[in-house]
Design a protein around this ligand. Structure first.
Ligand SMILES: Nc1ncnc2c1ncn2[C@@H]1O[C@H](COP(=O)(O)OP(=O)(O)OP(=O)(O)O)[C@@H](O)[C@H]1O
Ligand SMILES: [Mg+2]
Length: 1058
């Protein structure tokens, strides 16, 4: 998307990408657009599907893999113009229609044809699908270039790497688009260059490469010196060094390439032997003897050079010398040797050099073809053995239904030098033919298209160069025919007689001028031996000198025979396939060339054509220079303006309905996103929606199979394109959103699937765990139940575990539920059967332990207290109702401190230690009146004290009993032995601390056994012999009073149950 946008922006910024869209079709507008783009290094521009390329003379970073990827499979107008776009569209056109195509690359010498053809080849090599096997074929095809360029290219005044031969290469593809192989047809190598170069030009590159790059050993083996000045075939142009050419580096490339194209070491040696032999041959010099006959020049050790030639070509030296200085004339029965004049000897030598080199070049092409050939699908044979020109007859593939080809035609460009010879004549004639083909095909195609679609068409007038082609090639009347006639006719035919014949024949031809025929003004520009042709590309003045010889291209028979015996495999192979015995004159060079071009035309016409028109930006081969005059001239003779006008004549633009609809369908709601009906109907809906006026466009006929919409004005398409540009942004956003949604959905779906999978696995794991757990649990429970069922039995396997469990469980539970206090006798866990005994032992142990702990924690006071409480318990527990309430109340040491006892009393008792004192009530013996008293116990006696007086002293010995009731009252009766009636009898006391008092008294007096708890009443001996009683009963209110019977009545409340 971005790239397309970039392309369309580029359109606005740097000229127009397609000349068809220029508003104005003037030459100035054309040139200005070309210049604008050239200045920004945009060397490619379209005229419809024709590509115009301007040589930048600098490396541009537009031929890399990324670029190839960008252009792969993309429609022509989607991206900025590029040679890759053309190559790709030809390729896809071929695949889609299963048709053969060719790409015609034309332009003058140095315009960039060969570079263009290499770029296309690289594009196919890199971009087409491939297998390892096919890769080697591709390498071979790619590597054939450096070899052919080394042997067939040379530096000329026009181009440092000028192709001096024509090349048509077929690249063969299978139905999948895999490149299977290649096949080359070569055309007319400019052999004269081997023996002669114009000033400022060089011989073929290979000579310089060998001398510069060849290893010392090799040069020695070939008898060569590194100094190129040493060789006369290399010094004529006085241009040995060319800055833009690195012969040493190229040598390495060529050597490597020879290996790649399967030329083994022996043949490689022979090949270089031939190259070296040509150099040596050039140095073989002749001098006239006294009769003017040529003999080898004896200076400078002439035999050495001859020796090297014979050695390298593997022929006998004497025979070679004879062949170079004598001509063998065959009379009826015998052969006569006739010595050469000097000129003939030189001619013979040069002819041999040219023949060897020319044949070797052809041999090389054959070898390349053999190695790149797709063996199953094609074969070819060699024809025409005299010269090095067209030698192949090209047969299409054995199985044409399965293979298609793309042909690449890279032929030497139109060239004009100061002196133009036979070679330029052939080269320029070839260019005329190709121009003719171009005119025919483009016009024909255009016309056919309009016809097919039933569209009205206004013919465009253009210069048809057929007239020039006819001038050159017409039978019996053309220049070639006249030349051949001159070559073949008996008598003294010379170059000048040829010119005279031409003047006779061509006298009035508008495209032919000679010195004799020219008007005064023109005559000044012509030499006597010149003739001028007004080619489509400009005027060229040819010098007739050498035309006849070059056209004859004769090699003396004895030399030919000698070469057939050569030990050099290549030379032998090349010469022996000629027919030395044939008496028939071989066809002349020009005629061979003519028929080879005819065949080429036939090959091309049967294919779909693509055109690349190369323009030379300047003569000085400098980057950044845009020579307007030079380019204007090329635009003119290449017929670019005419082509443009033809393209625009009727309708500037045409698109297949499908393509048009596909591109612009977004501009109409009815066609977006899909048009379900016929594309033509969709286009109609679309253009109506876009508001095209009826005269702005035409639809292909309804009756014929209409395929295209024709748009008259570029501006209409422009407006549509601009609308599309705007719409594209919205579309892009929508597409982006859709795509993002789609991606997100994909991701989400994947995540969901993954989550489900993980969940499933996890659940599986969990379920298996659960299952195992349950199985385990079942086993355990079973064992448990079995154990439970047999728990009563002696320990057996079935119950042993259970019993252990029971034991452990019981002990654990017991541990948590042990009684906390000694008094707690109920919480002991009841044991299972097996642990009954243990439990009992444990229980005892535990209580013992608690006792022990308790005992250890008891103080002396507490102990005394408890001992006292124990005594009290023994006396009252279960006997007196109020006893339980008293248990919790501790006994104190005394209830009356010394300070509260009267000092006199203390004084009186000072000898007796007071053990205990307590306040209490005493009931009088007479009338039972209540009197508050203090009761003090000493070691010996108890004292009843009232204030400061001791009212009664009771010896313990006299204390015979202590009685209390069983009720809740606090009455104590102390029974005292009383024998004398004067003595006081029993004491009736009431004390709130009854139990403490009684216990203390018992302990101090040691009278535990005299305490009695009585029910109902207690007898009281008031004095000796006089008795009364205290009667006890229960009632709601506690009371003590004297009853009518004189007894003391005590009413006690019932004790509250605990
Ligand atoms: N696309 C290109 N990018 C960079 N340089 C180029 C490009 N095309 C051509 N050239 C330069 O121009 C020179 C001449 O190009 P090329 O050899 O392709 O011309 P040609 O048309 O084949 O000429 P001839 O008819 O003499 O063989 C190249 O050696 C190269 O330096
Ligand atoms: Mg070239």
């Amino acid at each position: 998307m971005l790239v397309v946008e970039g392309a369309l922006n580029a359109r606005n910024q740097v000229g127009i990408q397609d000349f068809v869209l220029l508003d104005e079709t003037s030459e100035a507008a054309f040139l200005s657009n070309l210049k604008k783009r050239f200045c920004k290094d945009l060397i490619y521009t379209y005229i419809g599907t024709l590509l115009v390329s301007v040589n930048p003379y600098k490396e541009l970073d537009i031929y890399n893999k990324e670029q190839m990827d960008v252009y792969m499979g993309v429609n022509f107008y989607e991206l900025p113009p590029h040679i890759y776009a053309l190559a790709d569209n030809a390729y896809h056109g071929m695949l889609a229609d299963f048709s053969n195509h060719f790409i015609l690359i034309s332009g003058e010498s140095g315009a960039g044809k060969t570079e263009a053809s290499k770029k296309i080849l690289q594009y196919y090599a890199v971009s087409c699908p491939s297998t390892a096997l096919l890769n080697t074929v591709r390498d071979k095809m790619l590597m054939s270039n450096p070899v052919l360029e080394a042997f067939g290219n040379a530096k000329t005044l026009k181009n440092d790497n000028s192709s001096r031969f024509g090349k048509y290469m077929d690249i063969q593809f299978d139905s999948q688009g895999d490149a299977l192989g290649g096949h080359i047809l070569n055309y007319l190598l400019e052999k004269s260059r081997v023996v002669h170069q114009n000033h400022g030009e060089r011989n073929f590159h290979i000579f310089y490469q060998l001398l510069d790059g060849g290893e010392e050993d090799l040069l020695q083996q070939l008898g060569l010196e590194r100094d190129r000045q040493h060789y006369s075939y290399l010094t004529q142009g006085e241009c040995a060094v060319v800055p833009s050419v690195d012969d040493k580096k190229d040598w390495k490339t060529v050597k490597n390439a020879l290996q790649v194209i399967d030329i083994d070491a022996i043949h490689t040696n022979h090949l270089f032997g031939i190259v070296a032999s040509v150099l040596h041959l050039g140095n073989v010099r002749f001098e006239p003897d006294s009769k003017g006959h040529a003999s080898l020049n004896n200076q400078n050790n002439p035999n050495a050079e001859l020796h090297w030639v014979s050695h390298l070509l593997g022929v006998d030296a004497n025979s070679l010398q004879e062949g170079l200085t004598y001509r063998k004339i065959e009379a009826k029965t015998e052969q006569v040797l006739s010595p050469f004049l000097l000129d003939h000897a030189i001619y013979g030598r040069d002819a041999l050099a040219k023949a060897i080199y020319g044949h070797t070049f052809t041999w090389l092409v054959n070898r390349i073809n053999a190695s790149t050939e797709n063996t199953v699908s094609s074969f070819f044979c060699q024809t025409g053995q005299t010269l090095c020109d067209i030698v192949f007859f090209f047969f299409p593939f054995q199985d044409p239904s399965k293979k298609t080809v793309i042909g690449l035609l890279d032929i030497y460009g139109f060239e004009v030098f100061n002196i133009n010879s036979f070679e330029q004549f052939c080269i320029n004639y070839c260019n005329e033919k190709l121009q003719q083909l171009f005119i025919q095909l483009t016009l024909k195609a255009e016309q056919e298209e309009y016809e097919a679609e039933d569209i009205e068409w206004e013919p465009v007038h253009f210069f048809n160069n057929k007239i020039i082609c006819d001038l050159v090639e017409e039978r019996h009347r053309g220049i070639i025919s006249i030349l051949d006639e001159e070559c073949l006719r008996p008598g003294e035919a010379t170059d000048l007689t040829f010119l005279e014949r031409l003047e006779e024949q061509m006298g009035t031809h508008p495209h032919f001028v000679s010195h004799k025929l020219a008007d005064k003004k023109t005559r000044r520009t012509l030499e006597r031996g010149d003739f001028r042709l007004l080619h489509y590309a400009g005027e060229v003045t040819y010098c007739v000198v050498g035309f006849l010889d070059k056209n004859n291209d004769l090699l003396y028979k004895n030399i030919k025979d000698l070469m057939c015996q050569s030990k050099n495999a290549i030379v032998r192979q090349c010469f022996s396939c000629m027919d030395p015995d044939s008496r028939r004159r071989p066809e002349t060079v020009a005629t061979q060339f003519k028929s080879s071009l005819l065949k080429l035309t036939e090959i091309l016409v049967a294919k779909d054509a693509w055109y690349i028109r190369c323009l030379k930006s300047n003569e000085s081969k400098k980057p950044g220079q845009f020579d307007e005059a030079l380019i204007r001239h090329q635009i003119k003779y290449l017929g670019l303006m005419q082509h443009l006008r033809v393209r625009r004549a009727g309708f500037a633009y045409r698109r297949k309905y499908e393509v048009f609809l596909q591109r612009y369908k977004a501009l109409c709601p009815a066609t977006w996103p899909h048009w379900r009906g016929e594309p033509a109907d969709g286009v109609l809906v679309l253009v109506r929606h876009l508001g095209y006026f009826p005269n702005e466009y035409k639809m292909g006929s309804w009756i014929n199979h209409r395929t295209k919409i024709f748009i008259r004005h570029p501006r209409t398409l422009y407006a549509t394109e601009d609308a599309f540009e705007k719409c594209k942004h919205q579309l892009a956003t929508r597409l982006q959103a859709k795509y993002k949604g789609y991606r997100a959905k994909g991701v989400f779906r994947k995540q969901k699937e993954a989550a489900t999978k993980i969940e499933t696995c996890w659940r599986g794991v969990q379920a298996r765990k659960e299952r195992d757990k349950r199985a385990w649990a079942v086993k355990v429970i079973k064992r448990f139940i079995k154990g439970y069922m047999t728990r009563g039995q002696a320990k057996v396997t079935d119950n042993s575990e259970y019993l252990v469990f029971v034991r452990q469980n019981y002990l654990n539970r017991l541990q948590d539920n042990l009684p906390k206090t000694l008094l707690d006798k109920t919480t002991w866990l009841s044991p299972p059967h097996v642990l009954a005994e243990t439990s009992e032992l444990l229980r005892k142990l535990h209580y013992r332990l608690m006792v022990r702990k308790y005992v250890r924690g008891i103080t002396t006071q507490k102990k005394t207290q408890l001992q006292m409480k124990l005594i009290a318990s023994a006396m009252f527990k279960g006997k007196k109702e109020s006893y339980p309430q008293s248990v919790a109340q501790p006994f104190v040491d005394t209830r009356i401190s010394d300070e509260d006892i009267n000092a006199r009393v203390l004084q009186m008792l000072r000898n007796e230690h007071i053990k205990y004192a307590v306040p209490m009530m005493k009931y009088d013996r007479n009338g039972f009146k209540r009197r508050p008293r203090q009761l003090i116990f000493t070691q010996a006696a108890a004292y009843m004290v009232e204030e400061a007086r001791i009212k009664q002293r009771i010896l313990y010995t006299a204390l015979k009993g202590i009685s209390v009731s069983n009720l809740t009252d606090s009455i104590v009766v102390l029974h005292i032995t009383c024998e004398d009636p004067k003595e006081k009898g029993d004491l009736v006391l009431q004390c709130n601390h009854l139990f403490e008092l009684v216990t203390k008294l018992c302990i101090i007096a040691n009278k535990q056994n005299v305490v009695r708890v009585l029910q109902g009443s207690i007898k009281v001996e008031i004095q000796a012999g006089k008795e009364s009683a205290v009667e006890f009963s229960t009632g709601p209110e506690p009371m003590v009073y004297k009853a009518k019977n004189g007894h003391l009545t005590v009413v006690a409340t019932r004790a509250r149950p605990r």
